[in-house]
Design a binder for this molecule. Structure first.
Ligand SMILES: Nc1nc2c(ncn2[C@@H]2O[C@H](COP(=O)(O)OP(=O)(O)OP(=O)(O)O)[C@@H](O)[C@H]2O)c(=O)[nH]1
Length: 437
């Protein structure tokens, strides 16, 4: 009851806030119906009434930005959001998609984020879904998950540094997914930039066509206006069919304390509407869609998603463990071919985590479950230590991943924990004891 009340209050505050933000009463929204979505968004539409059915698959592009760490993905994402009026442009480097406190403090992306943008090109309106991904090797699982919801990717290379380890690793992830890859040279404003050298590297390492390679500065905005036309012209649109039965890939999820689990879906076929009953193929469970919408850049309800679109749903999932990354959602009583899902991540570094106060065990258990929902690459096993009591042995993809997880537990859940020295698994071989030993 309390949760429902809180939820209603939150909705009212959010609606009131939106009215105040744009300075228009909600009742004026009918004035905007006649305008195109791009015009509404450009004009700072207070209602953001988004007419998703009017975007057929050929007017949709789902793409990501991949690169080595610090080559400028989040800065480029900011510029594209400004260009499409998804956020207001104030000329600062806000890194809007780095939403977590730990990302802002460390200046790195650890969590992939999706955002939908509207863009008018050659008289047609396009719905562009951008997924910003982390660059550090410890978060490559996030990258591979995000790529599954895309048809193309921008491979960003720092013109001063050239290609680096994660440029190569991420290129092969995207190549393996069969994505259309557009190379882009960033930071051409730097005095040390050597675009010709970087282009040669891209040609010889990846055999990509560099004849018309885009050369940009995400920071100062040079040539940014060439990016989206290139995405529209060169990347394929999603291939699903709106006529087929609905099926969608669950590729990300997080826990919202008011509405429970929020799932990100890439709709492959068919149509999903608010109120629909859907079925999770993984857990054999039925859910009712109570909210469906797109990230623009925050959650904007649309009541509808169709084949090729990417958006979020709220469906009354209470427990973190119900949202299985890689799951296929479909309508009740329809038979669909299940989507391939994801390979589970392979943990490389292990550490024990224990509550400082043993009375916090239950609370910490719940919080670890919620956080691992948001980061499925962490493996969790219960552990008991004589000195520290009951706790967990967690597996991570690297030590940065471990440190970020610890910081997120502290920042987002006020956890007070002890983390033991990290170890790596190894295999030992027993040799027979020699006589002279
Ligand atoms: N001079 C210059 N600096 C840039 C440019 N693009 C990004 N930067 C700077 O490069 C640094 C890293 O940029 P980010 O956008 O955080 O890089 P990222 O690839 O998202 O980083 P991770 O997500 O942590 O991998 C920041 O200090 C940016 O201001 C550019 O075009 N020119």
């Amino acid at each position: 009851m309390t949760t429902q009340l809180q939820h209603t209050c939150r909705r009212m505050v959010s609606l009131y806030g939106r009215q105040r933000l744009y300075g228009y009463p909600m009742l004026q929204q009918c004035r905007w119906f006649s305008k195109s979505t791009t015009e509404k968004v450009k004009a700072g539409d207070p209602t953001k009434v988004i007419d998703l059915p009017s975007f057929p698959a050929e007017n949709i592009r789902n793409f990501s930005i991949i690169a080595h760490i610090d080559h400028g993905k989040s800065t480029l994402a900011d510029r594209l959001l400004e260009l499409t009026n998804t956020i207001s442009s104030r000329g600062s480097n806000k890194q809007v998609l780095d939403k977590l406190k730990v990302e802002r403090e460390r200046g790195i992306t650890v969590k992939a984020q999706t955002v939908s943008m509207f863009y008018k090109y050659k008289g047609k309106e396009y719905l562009l879904n951008l997924i910003d991904t982390p660059g550090h090797v410890d978060f490559s699982y996030e990258v591979s998950r995000s790529l599954a919801a895309c048809q193309g990717t921008l491979l960003l290379v720092d013109a001063a540094q050239g290609i680096q380890a994660q440029t190569v690793a991420n290129f092969y992830l995207a190549f393996g997914e069969g994505l259309h890859i557009i190379p882009v040279l960033n930071k051409i404003d730097l005095p040390g930039a050597e675009p010709e050298r970087a282009i040669k590297q891209i040609q010889s390492a990846f055999e990509l066509d560099t004849s018309s390679i885009l050369q940009i500065s995400a920071k100062s905005g040079i040539n940014i206006d060439q990016i989206l036309p290139s995405v529209i012209e060169n990347m394929p649109c999603p291939s699903g069919s709106i006529q087929k039965p609905f099926r969608a890939l669950l590729f990300d999820s997080w826990y919202d304390k008011y509405v429970g689990v929020v799932c990100m879906l890439g709709v492959v076929d068919g149509v999903l509407r608010k109120g629909d009953k859907v079925y999770s193929a993984h857990s054999d469970t039925k859910y009712e869609i109570t909210e469906v919408g797109i990230m623009h850049p925050e959650q904007v309800p649309t009541g509808y998603l169709h084949a090729g679109q990417v958006g979020y749903v709220v469906c009354g999932m209470k427990s973190a463990s119900e949202a299985h990354i890689g799951d296929t959602f479909h309508h009740l009583n329809t038979k669909v071919e299940l989507l391939p899902g994801f390979q589970p991540a392979q943990s490389m570094v292990f550490a024990g985590i224990f509550p400082v106060d043993t009375n916090d065990f239950r609370k910490l258990d719940e919080n670890i479950k919620k956080l691992t929902l948001n980061d499925a690459s962490v493996s969790v096993h219960k552990e008991t230590s004589n000195a520290l009591g009951q706790g967990w042995r967690l597996g991570f993809l690297g030590t940065l991943h471990m440190d970020v997880f610890r910081q997120r537990l502290e920042n987002e859940y006020d956890a007070n924990i002890i983390v033991t020295q990290p170890t790596v698994p190894y295999r030992g071989k027993m040799r027979e004891k020699r006589i002279d030993d």
